[in-house]
Design a protein around this ligand. Sequence first.
Ligand SMILES: *[C@@H]1O[C@H](CO)[C@@H](O)[C@H](O)[C@H]1NC(C)=O
Ligand SMILES: *[C@@H]1O[C@H](CO)[C@@H](O)[C@H](O)[C@H]1NC(C)=O
Ligand SMILES: *[C@@H]1O[C@H](CO)[C@@H](O)[C@H](O)[C@H]1NC(C)=O
Length: 371
Amino acid sequence: LAFQTTGRGAVSSLMRALLFLLSLMWDLWSTHCNPTFLCPTNCICHLELHLATCAGANLTDLPAALPPYMEHLNFSFNKLAYIHRQTFRSMRHLRTLLLNDNRIGGVADGAFAPLEALLRLDLSRNNISRLAGGFSLGLGSLRELSLADNRLSGVDAGCFAHLDALLRLDLRGNGIRSLAARTFGAVSTLRYIRLDRNVISSLADGIFSTLRNLEQLGLRGNEIEHLDAGVFAPLTSLAVLDLADNKLKKVDFKALLSVQAQSTHVLLEGNPWTCNCDLQRVFQKLHSVRRLLLDDYDDLTCRQPQELQGHSLRQVDTGLCFAETVTVLIITITVVITVVAAIVMAEKSREKRNKGRHWTEVSEMSFDSQD
Ligand SMILES: *[C@@H]1O[C@H](CO)[C@@H](O)[C@H](O)[C@H]1NC(C)=O
Ligand SMILES: *[C@@H]1O[C@H](CO)[C@@H](O)[C@H](O)[C@H]1NC(C)=O
Ligand SMILES: *[C@@H]1O[C@H](CO)[C@@H](O)[C@H](O)[C@H]1NC(C)=O
């Protein structure tokens, strides 16, 4: 009996060993011999991370296919110049696609359409000057899109139409002059937009009308001179509004006051402020609005008038209304003196008249009594 049990045990462990060997061979074959499971040449595949890295190798073409379990592709720092329509046909599982620091000058319409599981797309530091209307086709899961440091001069209204889940959009360092009113119309999920280092001079009213979830709006380093009264009104979740390094000379009080979020940090340094009493008054009013936090007020400097150029606004602000105060004081005193004088004169002439009337009354009375 003992022998039989051992014998059965030996057979079963032999079977198990054989099965294990077979599965090992299958694994080896599937990862190294079957072309569809093969890591592309010039790439390194990290199986447990589901990551293929083909970065910094001067490559001009994306791999034709990736092993299907690969979810992340790092193709940064190469020399890819164009993205063709069929490029991502066999990469449907991708969740991260890094194409930053290439030379991409164009993207075929709908090229990203197969990437329905993609969460993050990095196209920063390329040479893209225009996005086709179908750019966002298929990218309904995308959470994060970077197009920073390209050559975009504008964004067509329909470009972002399919980005139903987008949270972060980075458009820093392009040549964007203006944004069509409906640019962000379809991306109401956005929490974070960076538009720093562009050449935006005005913001169309209604441009942010759908962005109720927006928490951070970066407009640093543009050419904004004037803010329309209602432009920020729809941003009821806004926590940071960065308007530093623009061309604001005065504060558009209504525009800032219209931000109805619970508490918003507003950054305003690096603007060419005209330091006069109006500016001082508006800042005083803004300081009293609890929900607006002027974090960098101490760093604001004057550009105009000439004699205050380079001075810190904080140091001169209390004096800015001095001349106005004196003028107002003089006017007030003059008015008071005039009024007092008029009253006194009126009083005097009334007294005089009263006296006169009294005398007539008395003489009339005496005539009456004589009768
Ligand atoms: C992608 O590759 C580049 C170059 O090797 C590297 O610097 C970068 O950290 C990688 N990115 C990620 C997210 O792994
Ligand atoms: C990429 O090209 C540059 C210049 O052409 C060269 O200096 C560098 O060694 C190349 N890198 C690789 C990984 O081939
Ligand atoms: C970028 O694109 C322009 C034309 O649109 C081209 O002249 C220039 O050489 C490109 N730059 C690079 C680095 O490929």
